[in-house]
Write a protein that binds this ligand. Structure first.
Ligand code: KIV
Length: 257
């Protein structure tokens, strides 16, 4: 099969639900690609999953760019989306454009950014017009963790739900080829999914979305604590720990090498 692209992701709406995930290195990206994951996100969640930060905020552009390049080198069929880290698109539109260009030059097929205010929508239009496909992200946007006072579900009040609905419509109008809906009520995600012509990709947003994200380290059981909506498709942490421990014991006991 040829490589997934923006047109195919858009065309999947109403035809086929896509199981998409994050990856941050060549090894896991190759495995996800070979398993048929259509869209791999080099998420700024790499901050928590591979860099030891407690939020996505400290992630630096050079950290994600290096991961984007590693993932892009490994995949043959998946589309690679690069998250724009905090600070790379908040401080000026020209700088945001340059940072998005750097993501594509590192091998990404598209970028993802959070939010839907008028400035962000103008940025989505500008990037899209410049040939940089944009995946939008509304609902709970982790780069706003300090404004929320923690990673909190959004859209629980009628006002919030109406705002998130408007946000989703606004980013679609601005040119986003798909919209991430994070941690919003399933009924709201269903309403948005029905109202948009582009696919919604949910995470903690129920089953009605056109596609789903899972964070790789959560779905593979590498993280001890995972959000309640996660399904673990493997339990790798004990397997990996056991392998390290047997190795240490074998060397100490003289049975290896
Ligand atoms: O960084 C990330 O992993 C994300 C997903 C939660 C969509 O943005």
């Amino acid at each position: 099969m040829k490589r997934w692209n923006v047109a195919e992701v858009r065309a999947s709406k109403g035809v086929r639900k896509l199981g998409c995930c994050t990856a941050y290195d060549s090894c896991f990206a190759r495995l996800a690609d070979e398993a048929g994951v259509p869209v791999i996100l080099v998420g700024d969640s790499m901050g928590m999953n591979t860099l030891g930060y407690s939020t996505t905020l400290p992630v630096k552009p050079e950290e994600t760019l290096s991961a984007v390049a590693a993932v892009a080198r490994a995949v043959k069929e998946a589309m690679v989306v690069a998250d724009l880290p905090f600070g790379t698109y908040q401080c000026g539109d020209d700088e945001a454009m340059k940072n998005a260009v750097r993501c594509l030059q590192a091998g990404a097929d598209a970028v993802k950014l959070e939010g839907a205010d008028s400035r962000i929508c103008a940025l989505i239009s500008r990037m899209t017009n410049a040939g940089i496909p944009v995946l939008a992200h509304v609902g709970m946007t982790p780069q706003s963790v300090n404004s929320y006072g923690g990673f909190k579900r959004q859209g629980r009040t009628r006002e919030e739900a109406e705002r998130i609905f408007r946000d989703a419509k606004a980013v679609e109008k601005a040119g986003a080829f798909a919209v991430t809906l994070e941690c919003v009520p399933a009924e709201l995600a269903a309403e948005i999914t029905a109202a948009l012509a582009v696919p919604t990709i949910g995470i903690g947003a129920g089953s009605v979305c056109d596609a789903q994200w899972l964070v790789m380290h959560d779905m593979l059981g590498l993280n001890e604590k995972v959000p309640s909506f996660v399904r673990k498709y493997a339990d790798l942490a004990p397997v990996v720990k056991n392998a390290f421990s047997r190795y240490v014991n074998d060397v100490a006991g003289g049975t290896f090498p």
